[in-house]
Design a protein around this ligand. Structure first.
Ligand code: PLP
Ligand code: COI
Length: 341
């Protein structure tokens, strides 16, 4: 397969349109058979549910070229399942998990020339999404929907790649208790836009959101879960019903325990405890695991001993092991790697 002529090593996390995307429509209570289209534009009625009441959900995963030249996708079954959960919470008809996998398979195959070559440091980001398409003016769910998925080649989510980040403790809340923080709804990201623009304007890379009810416990950032390392090398990650159950975080906990022999704890993490950790990272599909050097709470700086120059040693081991599994250098646990043939 000839690859596109793209400067793979220097692309950021942006949108590079490709020729092919997948589309399927839901009408009269059923999904149609779906298929590929070259049309990147969507024409909607002015009163479409997504435009009026933000009825939209999405997913994010990546495809890679392995060392031996295969095209693989990391754990798409978990994205399919999470999208079903997101749909149910927003009163949308779930796109069946087996249809999701088939759609992603067709999509990546059709765009194989855009899967970055092995060793380039880039990957193919896959963005499935669905939204209410018919007109709704009273507050209620739509009854027609579109599921779509496109791909875009991407480099690192944070500029500077592996350089440790500076995080601000946000004065805004991302998600309410019993709200929608645990699903991947567009509305959660709309909520975070003012907070991230504010943080960037003040020179921070990302926000740390605390729990909205008590503002005492660590939740997550706008686009990644937290992972901490204690001074005695234990992995600790926040447990909360209002954070997104990150597939990367779940995979890293498994890697920590089963590949690296580390103890792992998923539990409530009081913000008070952050100053005692040795290392901190942000984990997600886009972020992979990005090191955090400093957390700033209203002028009070918490500097992790791992410093501002490089990844701490445990985060580095987690990063190397996870990416080793994704790139095919290390044997993957059963079912983690989906091969596009
Ligand atoms: N948290 C939020 C709010 C996210 O948007 C993401 C990205 O998908 C994550 C966490 C990480 O989740 P995953 O590892 O499944 O990509
Ligand atoms: C992802 O990691 O897939 C996300 O959706 C995060 C987003 C902020 C790009």
């Amino acid at each position: 397969m000839d690859k596109k002529n793209i400067d793979w090593g220097n692309i950021g996390f942006g949108y590079i349109p490709t020729e092919q995307r997948y589309v399927s429509n839901f009408k009269d209570g059923a999904w149609d058979e779906g298929g590929m289209t070259e049309d990147a534009n969507i024409v909607l009625n002015e009163c479409a549910g997504v435009l009026q009441y933000a009825q939209t959900i999405f997913e994010g995963m990546k495809a890679y070229t392995t060392e031996d030249g295969r095209t693989v996708i990391f754990r798409p079954d978990l994205n399919a399942a999470r999208m079903v959960d997101s749909a149910k919470r927003l009163e949308m008809p779930p796109f069946p998990a087996e249809r999701f996998i088939d759609a992603i398979d067709q999509l990546v195959k059709a765009n194989e020339a855009y899967v970055p070559p092995y060793g380039s440091g880039a990957s193919l980001y896959i963005r499935p999404y669905m939204f209410g398409t018919n007109s709704v003016i009273g507050v209620k769910p739509a009854d027609e929907y579109q599921f779509r998925a496109f791909v875009t080649p991407v480099g690192p989510y944070f500029k500077g790649g592996a350089k440790p980040l500076t995080i601000k403790v946000s004065d805004f809340d991302r998600a309410a208790p019993h709200g929608t923080g645990h699903i991947k709804a567009g509305l959660n990201y709309a909520m975070s836009l003012h907070a991230i623009v504010t943080a960037h304007a003040e020179g921070y890379d990302e926000n740390m959101y605390l729990d909205a009810a008590t503002r005492t416990n660590v939740e997550e950032t706008g686009g990644a879960n937290f992972l901490f390392v204690t001074k005695d090398n234990k992995i600790v990650t926040p447990k909360s019903d209002s954070i997104l159950p990150s597939i990367t975080r779940r995979s890293l906990l498994y890697v920590a325990e089963h590949y690296l022999g580390l103890e792992v704890e998923e539990r409530v993490v009081p913000f008070e405890e952050v100053k005692d950790f040795a290392e901190c990272g942000l984990c997600g599909t886009a972020a992979v695991i990005s090191p955090v050097g400093k957390v700033v709470d209203h002028g009070n700086e918490i500097c992790f001993p791992s410093g501002m120059d490089e990844m701490g040693p445990v985060i580095k081991k987690l990063y190397d092991t996870l990416t080793g599994i994704q790139m095919g250098h290390l044997e993957a646990p059963e079912g983690w790697i989906y091969e596009v043939k």
